[in-house]
Design a protein around this ligand. Sequence first.
Ligand code: PMP
Length: 367
Amino acid sequence: MTRPFNFSAGPATLPESVLQQAAAEMLDWHGSGMGVMEMSHRGRHFGEILAQAQRDIRDVLAVPEDFDILFLQGGGSGENAIVPMNLCGGGQLVPNIDVIVTGAWSKKSAQEASKYASVNIAYNGAEQRFTTVAPAASWQLSNDPTYVHICSNETIHGVEFQELPDLKAMGCDAPLVVDCSSHIASRPMAWDRIGVAYAGAQKNIGPAGLTLVFVRKDLQDRALDICPSAFHFGQQAANDSMLNTPPTYGIYMAGLVFQWIKAQGGLAAIEAANVAKARALYAAIDASPLYTNPVDAAWRSRMNVPFILRDEALNAPFLQGAEAAGLMALKGHKSVGGMRASLYNAMPLAGVHALIAYMTTFAAEHA
Ligand code: PMP
């Protein structure tokens, strides 16, 4: 069976070898006589799976020891509430969160956080239709924010921080909270600039239902009283993410994916592949009179590449022909229109080449 290339923004394509291994182990994990979904999360077998996944994630992403890695549920949207509930109980009379709005996802984070704190939109890229981000020095940060939130890769608008802001260098001591859902494990992370980072698994890591949360140890004791225990960073860290039943199968799959990253040569090799894929696709878009990507070149996402066709009437035939050519899920998000190709870690360069070949032929046919 040849599988088509799946450009979905998430849930998204996974490495084929990982799916094959999961299939082979479905009924009997390592001679245990049980599939992973059937195991007690407190049993010996799952204990091994959890510990190995923790180690591999820490290794691959070079997570320092002063961070805990939590396996939670609730997705990126859940974290938009869980983070303020965990960070806003630190004693400020009126907790105040600064949000850098660079696209649809950080905008949602700001809206959700406003249920728990007063929210200052320290920067809003809406006027530029989220096609660029102003230099951090121009952001209107509050005097003493409880934390500063960014979305380091905007999945819908295709805007990616190539470098995380250095709040300390800007004279701000607040922790930086990073929603890295759609580019985690695609490039190294500057841990010395991060307080909390979170990612839904369903793009670069595994199945939906698992959320990876990285929390610096000094930020685990300032939760609001109303924070549910299952989402309390400190309590989950103290219980190895087992305060409640964790998403066991998602953790197992994440473990396989991080082993796959290691086998590819680690994060450096993955990043190099991602650079090559994105470069090839943006070059093809920029060279064509039919396709455009509006994002400032310095802020273009390596993971999510939105592009519009010169004539909207061509969208339907473009998508139809793409599917016939084995290129799936290219329809853009409705708020942006056009197309979007998501080039997550598991998308091979061959998939990008096949997409470019199709785009080139389609453009010639509709010149
Ligand atoms: N943040 C980002 C950057 C996302 O791309 C998404 C989902 N596409 C979310 C948050 C929301 O994630 P979930 O649907 O898992 O709540």
